[in-house]
Design a binder for this molecule. Structure first.
Ligand code: UD1
Ligand code: MG
Length: 485
């Protein structure tokens, strides 16, 4: 159930998220706001944070890569607005049709993925409590680089000056504009038409709203935020940094919940992943999507697990790759195992090194210890799959066929099952067999050439004979000598 926030109780908030910019410095064909941060498009973080903070409506301003961004963001429940030409941040806000908004407006950039709902709630509370007409969220940075600088007179907010338009003295100011604004809807609608593009970039700067508000005797103030809310992503290095921080956040969360992490900073665990208390995560583990890891399970180094459920006390040994699979309690997988989609490993089953499975149900306590491929297979309980076993599921007609193996079957090494084929309970398959026909319950099936022996098949050549004779004599004399001693 969604918890009711202060915002829902007090005033109505609409968020306008600016996401029309080109993102030139990303040097990537993908629209900037769709670049994934820890597996999630960066715009999604901003949308989610707004929703969780209790914003009642979200308006996205899109422009560059419009169709793609629209398609991706559609399920998030935000309205989209188009900014035909990127004429600046004030023009972007204007594109979101602010004249038909009631209550308060929260304006944010779509490229600030580190923002959290708690930050937004705090800003909204401060705005409401101090009775501001216009608020800008500021942050103090050691290296303020390209950020707009906050100008204060006698401690009071006076203006925002863009770095490009700033004097060398102004550039020394380390309080910056984070690009987050809170403003009464009617004030916003009144201010926007008054903003001009008389600046070095010939853009309509939203920052001008501050000086306009002050000149009109409105209550304009700064709300101090933390550094993280100022962190925009403008290039690949900043994207990688944001990703690292989000993964770090997740690792800390998991440790707080009792997960044992041997080297938390090396792990990449997406926000959607659930890891139970008591599980152990080794270094360099990548866990994605809907993955769940049960308590006391161990995920060894180098494992990559996507949308998979791992039960309790299971072991996923080093360098295993799992995708859309289920591993039940106390089973062990790997090292170097690959479980492809729709694979289910039963309780206490064992899948060893260099074993690949696809769309396979592998029963309780069954074992496939080494070097095997099982695809489109159903393997019962307590089955032994010998080393080098293959289910030949793909036929010349380009269709896939099933192999069914009952309970307690013993499959000798280097067996091929030519699907479709079915093996009864308790059957035994001789090593090296190519099984093309069904095998009944409790039967032995051997399908390989018989071994035959032809003695003296290799004829020794004359020089070898002489050599052989000489060395035999030496061996003989050695024995005799030893015997004499
Ligand atoms: C802006 C602020 C600056 C602040 C910084 C914080 C202005 C003039 N400057 O600068 O004071 O320190 O953010 O990150 O507002 N966008 C549009 N349409 C446009 C232009 C921009 O949608 O026409 C969007 C961009 O996609 C981006 C956001 O607005 O999400 C900010 O634009 P950007 O060009 O990155 O502004 P900055 O130069 O970073
Ligand atoms: Mg920016």
């Amino acid at each position: 159930m969604k918890t009711q926030t202060n915002k829902e109780k007090n005033q109505q908030w609409t968020a306008i998220i600016l996401a029309a910019g080109k993102g030139t410095r990303m040097k990537s064909p993908l629209p900037k706001v769709l670049h994934p941060v820890a597996g999630v498009p960066m715009l999604h973080y901003v949308v989610n944070a707004c929703k969780k903070a209790g914003v009642s409506e979200i308006r996205l301003v899109l422009g560059h890569g419009l169709n793609l961004v629209k398609a991706v963001s559609e399920p998030w429940g935000a309205q989209t607005f188009i900014q035909a030409q990127q004429l600046g941040t004030a023009d972007a806000v204007n594109s979101a049709n602010p004249t038909n908004i009631e209550g308060n407006v929260l304006i944010l950039n779509g490229d600030h993925p580190l923002i959290e709902s708690t930050d937004i709630s705090q800003f909204m509370d401060e705005f409401e409590d101090s009775g501001l007409d216009i608020g800008v969220v500021t942050a103090k940075l050691k290296n303020p680089r390209e950020f707009g600088r906050i100008i204060r007179h006698k401690g009071q907010l006076a203006a925002i000056v863009e770095a490009k338009d700033a004097s060398s003295e102004t550039l020394k100011i380390n309080e910056v504009n984070t690009g987050i604004y809170l403003v009464k809807a009617d004030v916003l609608a009144d201010c926007l038409p008054k903003i001009s593009n008389h600046n070095s970039k010939k853009e309509f700067y939203l920052t001008d709203m501050i000086s306009i508000g002050i000149s009109e005797q409105l209550k304009v103030g700064a709300i101090l935020g933390n550094k993280k809310v100022a962190a925009g992503v403008n290039n690949q290095a900043e994207l990688a940094r944001a990703t690292r921080l989000i993964f770090q956040r997740k690792a800390l969360e998991l440790m707080e919940d009792g997960v044992l992490m041997i080297q938390p900073l090396s792990t990449c665990i997406e926000a959607t992943v659930e890891v139970a208390a008591g599980a152990v995560i080794y270094p360099n583990v990548f866990l994605r999507g809907k993955t769940k890891i049960g308590s006391f399970s161990v995920v060894e180094p180098g494992c990559y697990i996507v949308d998979s459920q791992i039960g309790e006390s299971a072991q996923i040994k080093a360098y295993s790759h799992l995708e859309k699979s289920v591993v039940d309690h106390r089973a062990s997988v790997g090292p170097f195992a690959r479980l492809r989609p729709e694979t289910h490993i039963g309780e206490e089953a064992h899948v060893g090194n260099f074993v690949e499975m696809k769309k396979t149900k592998f029963g309780k306590k069954s074992k496939a210890g080494h070097l095997s491929y099982l695809g489109d297979a159903e393997v019962g309980e307590d089955v032994n799959i010998g080393c080098g076993t293959i289910t030949c599921n793909y036929a010349v007609d380009k269709k896939k066929y099933k192999t069914k193996i009952g309970n307690h079957v013993f499959v000798g090494s280097d067996t091929q099952f030519i699907a479709p084929v079915s093996i009864g309970d308790h059957a035994v398959i001789g090593s090296g067999s190519t099984i093309t026909k069904d095998v009944p319950e409790s039967a032995l099936a051997v399908a390989r050439g018989r071994q035959f022996i032809k003695e003296n098949y290799v004829k020794p050549i004359a020089s070898d004979m002489a050599q052989h004779k000489h060395s035999s004599e030496n061996e003989l004399s050695g024995i005799q000598k030893k015997d004499e001693v």
